[in-house]
Design a protein around this ligand. Sequence first.
Ligand SMILES: Cc1cc2nc3c(=O)[nH]c(=O)nc-3n(C[C@H](O)[C@H](O)[C@H](O)COP(=O)(O)OP(=O)(O)OC[C@H]3O[C@@H](n4cnc5c(N)ncnc54)[C@H](O)[C@@H]3O)c2cc1C
Ligand code: FES
Ligand code: FES
Length: 1313
Amino acid sequence: MEYLLRTFFYRDEQQASTENNAMAETVKLTINGQQYEVDPATPPSTRLVDFLHEKHLSGTHVTCYQGGCGACTVVASFADPDTGTKNTHSINSCLAPLLGCNDWEITTVEGLGNRHDGYHVIQERLAEYSGTQCGYCSPGMVMNMYGLTQSNSSWSPSEVEQHLDGNLCRCTGYRPILDAFKSITVQDIEDSHVVRCPNTGQACRGRCAAEKVKVPLSNKKPVTTQVQANGVVWHQPASLQDLYGILAGLTEGTSYRFVCGDTAQAVYYSGSFDVYIYTRHIPELSRVAQAEDGVVFGANVSISRVMEELETVSEGRSGYDYAKELVKNWHRVASTSVRNLGSWAGNLGMKLTHREFPSDIFINLLGAGAVITTALPNGSTSTHTLEELLELDLQKERRVILEMRLPPMADNVKFRVFKVMGRTTNTHAFVNAAMTFNVDEASAHTVIGKPLIVYGGINPTFVRASATEAALEGKSLEDEGVLQAAMQALANEVKPDNLPQDPAPEYRLSVAQTLLYKMVLGIVGDAAAATVTSGATDLERPLSSGQQTYDQNTETWPLGKPIPKLEARMQCAGEAEYVNTMAAASEELFGMFVTATQANAHIASVDPSAALAMPDVVAFVGVDDIKGVNNIMAFAWPTPQPLFPKDRVSYYGQPIGLVVTKNRGAAYGAREAVKVTYDDIQPPVLTIEEALQKPPIKDDPFVQGDVQAGFAASTHIFEGAMSRDGQYHFHMESQSCLVVPTDIGMDVYASTQWASETQRAIGQVLGIADNTINVTVKRLGGAFGAKIDQCNIVTTAAAVAAQKVRKPVRVALDLDANMTIIGWREPYLCTYKVGVDDAGVLQAIQATLTCDSGYVAVDSSSSGAVMVMPSCYSCPNWEVTPQVVLTNTACNTWCRTPGTVEGIIFMENILEHVAEELSMDPLELRRKNLMPDGGTRPLNKGMIRLRSLIAGREAKWLPDSLTVPRNLISGMIDQILTSADVEHRKQLVAEFNQKNLWKKRGLSVMPMLWPYAVPMKAPFNAMVSVNARDGTVVVSHGGTELGQGINTKVAQCAAYELGIPLDMVAVRPSNTHVNANSDVTGGSQGSDVACFSVSQACKKLRSRLDAAKEDLGLTDASWPEIVLAAFNKGVDICERYVNGWDEVKPYPVFGVACTEVELDVLTGQFLVLRTDILEDAGKSISPLVDVGQVEGAYVMGQGLFTVEKPLFDSATGRKVTDGTWYYTPPAAQDIPVDFRVSLLHDAPNPVGVQSSKVTGEPALCLAFAVVMALRQAVASARRDAGVTSWFQMDTPLTVDNLQRLCLVESSRLVVNV
Ligand SMILES: Cc1cc2nc3c(=O)[nH]c(=O)nc-3n(C[C@H](O)[C@H](O)[C@H](O)COP(=O)(O)OP(=O)(O)OC[C@H]3O[C@@H](n4cnc5c(N)ncnc54)[C@H](O)[C@@H]3O)c2cc1C
Ligand code: FES
Ligand code: FES
């Protein structure tokens, strides 16, 4: 098969056969200076990244294939056909059509640097700054930055931040990436001599773009070409005349599509066309000109280029001040790399074919009065306003957009554009708007003539608020009556549609009103009351910064030394291999799941015959092919989870079978061709509330004291409920597995967090012995719990297929499949009753924690969550009941700090409730209820029971609780109060809120006790081998490298214990024969226990070698000399170790976070202004790794509590958030503007491994501080609205949720208060 050819565009296309071709020219391109020719039979929908992978350039990764993650970023240089100027930019290689890359020069991460020739400064810097964890995003990050250095002759730190607007990283929290890139100067790039320039053949000076190398037009003039393959024609006209000729020649009924950047396909996949017309080579369409009546842009001019030009004219040409507003807003249109490729006209083309598309470009150009010129095939041209354009049927008339003219605007015209979105960058608008008002400021801001008010994101037909315009015509904007009449008119004409993927219609109408209000406030300025003026502006994010503080611990180096991850450089160079990027095995086949299109139905029939008749389709694997047990849960897991259902499907997207094909392209078609019919179709149950109509599955409650007595002793009792929705793990490498049958069984290369579970699951499903299955795990491109056991949907399916076809089979999920087939973090509901005395001291807490396990209760965490609830607090009486409900959704699963985060945040929510009801300062209330030194925490019995089942060992001897000799929280709170200047800032926040109605701030302090209790029964196997000839050391351990830095920590421990330099230690991939029976790398225990076992093995080895040294009298001998001498004397210089029961101890991890936010009340958008985290990492084994864990976990938590929301179609049960368009984890500009992380000073952990504490998960819980800070901001807004009672804040606090809580009524949108 071709190398991981991955494209959803192949859904209905097969690789064309060359025999059918009538082609004129081949496509030639250079990649890293080497020339390539493209197979003329390539389907038009093939992306550049497919070609890179075919050529084994696997450093360019793919996560989304949607332009939404940046993993595939490369740098492209191509000539402007109008000027001949060569431009160099970062682009998304998953979007660029391969056939359009003729004469392009591509630089991939391999072209920058590597371990043989040396790394590029950008790769080095990202590694040095710990900007990489799992490393899957890193090549894309590097190429993004390289693109900036190549497209600009200089760059500011702000430009670096802006440029990173389309690259996601789930691991790092972005801070180190931003710091790394901001540190790179022009000089650094000039001094980087590694890269060979594709133009000169000399060492790269990084200046090609800056010098704008002019390619002589005579040499490079494009020619009109045509490629025809299997009836599909790809035209590349080089002149308008040729284009008109092609259009005129289209026969009736021929479907055709213009292609410029081809980025629209990632948003609206529109199937295959008979004819593609690639317009990029037509000089006129790339024209940028300063005409007398305006600035003119040809249709193909990229959005980035338009912005560049507008920036220039806004500085130097009168009438173009307004262009600044466009440029500012367009920085929030898609991402830099998408804007570099995508054209403004392509964006309008999308709007014309998909009226529901909330195009910012369309709305903004309409507001700016842009005039569009189009042409018919006969060459006749006409001009249109944007509204007129919308009335045309371009396709039917075969009309082409030629250019747009942006006219100047009179000085007294006020122009503004708005975009309200769920995240700061690279996401579509919930509502957008443009408004143009001609105003007589001198006469009470009276509107002259009709204003222009247009909106997007309302419904497919609504654009212009004509009645509202009429209500404002000739009226004074200072007149409250006028404003209210306008609000009413808006309410009458703005009718948002109601779709599951969009915020509620009520919110979108409200925002339509508040945006108009913002416009009015901006116009009237000081004529408005001082308290409302803050409503006029949008939130402005300043340049971000970070600080990290930790102990140096030099006395134990390399243990405790702050070093970048060992694999960092190779990750930044794209050299690190993942299952997803491994080269294909000989005769490798590809497996793709056939999934359910009903959520709750009986399977009447499955008929793969049509698929099996298709070319390149090898087999269909279904439930009847399972030779062992149809259960992917291994060991003694209590509830089975089937690989494929036998009778009923339980969720939309559930795997029913697997098509096995010779290539990925064929699999798309085959998957669709498998015919599945259903009967007994029942409505899906999708929420906890719906599921609770049936009795839930209850578990043992956590009981302490007597809650009824506690309530009797309480003077105040409050009741409430809080829900917290699920979260997609968003590991950047999808679930993947390659199974290779061998003469003794199967070699399995799996992206799993738990190799021995995967080994057993495969053995169980296939009915074969474990010793025939060897699972190897080199590294994972992120996991966060999703690859603990749910990865076995993929691994066992690949294995069943390999068993059936007796050939290697790879299954690697596309993002949409990954997001629908595999479950997410469990949604939760907590109902509670709390009793306190007058002073706010807790007397009793009774609560029920309900988790939604999805369709099968295998990974339920509520029995663990109830134990964690006390956090760092004391309460004499508890009764907390865990329960589980089932829904028609995928099997929800562990996700970074499962159960723990719920226990901790629900407790914080209860304390918030009490504080608000008693009008107490929330921190004061918390301090009153802190657990004293020597207090006890219940142990997570649910988790221990589960581990007992897994290990097949009794757990009776384990204690019920964990004693906490010292509750460090009080001192840590004091410390953060000082270091974060909390009291002073609280005062400033209060003053700010007093002065402003429409912008609010909040500042919170959140303490946390995170109980680390899982490792007592978790065996991790370590093998340490010393090479006799040179003394170098190889370590293999039972943990898996997920990005958390386990290998780095293990190497530091090994080097320390053996007393050798770090560079003498190498860590090899984990596998199930060297590291048999090792436990899961999850629950923060992987690094901890692996470090323990490796340290113990090294200690044993060291003592043996020390003894040999003494015996042999080698007093002054070096390590290699000792090793060799000992070996020659028959000493075993290898050692293994497995931790025994209770050897690795439980302990509490303490943390405090202080967060300040600013909220735009009118839209619900907010900024996290500053976050300070103080976390107790004991004596850190690897401080940079630990700081990275803290930052990454915190930002993932911020996503959980704010922007990330799963959405379903309630009718079908289909998950609509199945890609980057609707699901938006935090991006680089969402993180705290000022992000400070400190590891607690001088805090060695007496029971910790090497005196350390774990860091992988706890800080995620601390992100609840954002919710607490937002509560204060929202509470202030509600007080202004006259409402002071307690209100619940369910999470995620998406912008619509926040704005609704702020009680923004149109009647309160006034100019004078
Ligand atoms: C990840 C992502 C995020 C995005 N975010 C946003 C956003 O926040 N806001 C926003 O407004 N947009 C957004 N977009 C849309 C983006 O702006 C467009 O995809 C891009 O501008 C399309 O330009 P293109 O050159 O790639 O068009 P293509 O994909 O090549 O073409 C798109 C359509 O336009 C037609 N077309 C192209 N040229 C012409 C012509 N000369 N005459 C007539 N029809 C023509 C084509 O036939 C096709 O139907 C996003 C896109 C992506 C992929
Ligand atoms: S893979 Fe290209 S942007 Fe995500
Ligand atoms: S390091 Fe960025 S996604 Fe893992």
